[in-house]
Ligand binder design. Structure first.
Ligand SMILES: *Cc1c(COP(=O)(O)O)cnc(C)c1O
Length: 460
């Protein structure tokens, strides 16, 4: 019996539902909302038992195909998953049943590799099939640009242009983008991140550039969200001792895409005791969970866990939607979600920079584990939650704290707190010696537009 296709709706509820392919290639819905699946596919007890024996890429395939309902041939999808997930996913035991999940072994040593690599391959598949091309345009303050550039490197039918503020990224961050070449073009702008962002936004709404078929690949794309559910399912199945074993995940959160991936896994059927929503001093979501009142933080606070300096998380609208509410793109709650249920599933904890540094130190001294600032926020958040809910601290309670970047990406903080220089992961070795190539441009939209028209137009 053929299954009814799973369709995707906009969180603003004012656009028609679309197929996965359309949601993936569009990114944002025409009404400014974010795409969400009309229903969350479920994983039965039998399916979970079978999946417990699978490799990561096979778990990825099994879940992804449920969200696609026939839009991609199984053999092709399975190959895509194998190609995307060709690196280790270490689960590090710390004490009792408390673990660190290290999502830092991908090509750019950040958890963003998990989403970007699968999304790139999904996009290539659909574009290739229709003999279409796409130009991905993205602005970066460091990490997203390198994850996107590496994920799309060498793919057919897709070219990538990344804009970065020339003076505001670290040398290693820059080299992770500028040493690639081929279908990846990097442009350094004499300006700030906001200037890069503004130029990208302007290009998207510029009618003269529509023939370039621009797309953004940013974190609001549903194609980046679903792959972030795979590692929750995989980790749970690797660590559970019996079928109804419940798990706590502590998730270091900024734009809440990672947490949203966890919630998808939970609503698919993984028994989660609690998601600890660990933020830095940008605490708008922990405050919302406590008070029921949502206020964005403008401008966002500058914390050492820099990838989480977000004052209005773009994925919050999806979380609200999952719990029956509606939040518009301005962050206004148009319809209240079931806050009782939200509070039952999520616990918000905000961690100061001082506490983050103290945690890097104590985790190393007490347990010999090396954390960078984002992972330290999660580890601190987990233990703050244990104080609020002492029964959760029990030795038998399975708990996993997510580490989202490799400590070698933040050598300054680690050196300052621990006095050690973290060794480079395999993926970053040799980077310092590679040759770079990028274009330098003034903060001038006209010049940028001219460059795009001249360099990419004839190729389409
Ligand atoms: C992007 C990022 C985060 C935040 O993830 P969200 O999905 O935006 O909540 C946390 N840690 C690191 C290292 C990141 O790059």
């Amino acid at each position: 019996m053929a299954k009814a296709p799973l369709l995707y709706y906009s969180t603003n509820l004012k656009s028609p539902v679309v197929s996965f392919k359309e949601a993936l290639l569009k990114g944002l819905a025409p009404d400014g909302g974010l795409y969400m699946p009309e229903r969350i596919p479920t994983l039965s007890t039998n399916e979970l038992n079978d999946m417990a024996r699978l490799e990561y890429a096979e778990v990825a395939f099994t879940i992804m195909r449920k969200f696609l309902t026939g839009e991609i041939d199984d053999t092709e999808l399975s190959l895509m998953a194998k190609d995307a997930y060709n690196f280790e996913i270490p689960i590090e035991p710390v004490y009792d049943r408390k673990f660190i999940l290290r999502l830092d072994q991908g090509p750019t040593a950040s958890f963003k590799d998990f989403a970007a690599r699968m999304m790139g391959r999904l996009m290539q598949y659909f574009l290739h099939k229709e003999n279409r091309n796409m130009l991905i345009l993205t602005a970066t303050s460091g990490d997203t640009g390198s994850a996107i550039a590496n994920a799309f490197y060498g793919l057919e039918n897709i070219k990538v242009v990344v804009l970065f503020p020339e003076k505001e990224v670290t040398e290693r961050q820059r080299k992770q983008m500028t040493t690639l070449g081929r279908n990846i073009q990097i442009i350094g702008i004499e300006g700030k991140f906001d200037d890069c962002q503004a130029m990208v936004k302007k290009a998207f709404s510029d009618p003269d550039l529509t023939m370039l078929n621009l797309s953004s690949a940013n974190s609001i794309n549903i194609g980046r969200l679903i792959p972030q559910s795979f590692y929750y399912v995989y980790t749970y199945l690797k660590l559970r001792q019996q079928e109804n074993d419940k798990i706590i995940f502590s998730v270091p959160s900024g734009n809440f895409g990672n947490l949203m991936g966890g919630l998808l896994a939970f609503h698919m059927g993984i028994p989660v005791e609690k998601f600890v929503v660990s933020t830095n001093e940008n605490d708008e979501v922990p405050v919302y969970l406590q008070t029921g009142l949502y206020h964005t933080i403008v401008p966002s606070k500058d914390c050492i866990s820099s990838a989480m300096n977000v004052g209005h998380p773009s994925n919050l609208a999806r979380i609200i939607a999952l719990y029956g509410g509606v939040m518009n793109e301005k962050g206004i709650i148009v319809k209240e979600p079931d806050i009782r249920k939200l509070r039952n599933d999520l616990a918000g904890v905000s961690i100061s920079d001082e506490f983050t540094k103290a945690t890097i130190k104590s985790a190393y001294q007490q347990h010999g584990i090396l954390l960078e600032p984002h992972g330290a926020v999660a580890w601190a958040g987990l233990h703050e939650y244990f104080k609020i809910s002492p029964k959760s601290a029990h030795a038998s309670q399975l708990s996993v704290s997510l580490e989202t970047a490799h400590p070698a990406k933040f050598p300054a903080e680690i050196l300052e707190t621990l006095g050690i220089d973290p060794p480079l992961p395999e993926s970053m070795k040799g980077l310092d010696e590679k040759n770079e190539s990028w274009i330098s441009m003034k903060n001038d939209y006209t010049a940028f537009k001219e460059y795009l028209s001249n360099s990419y137009n004839h190729k389409y």
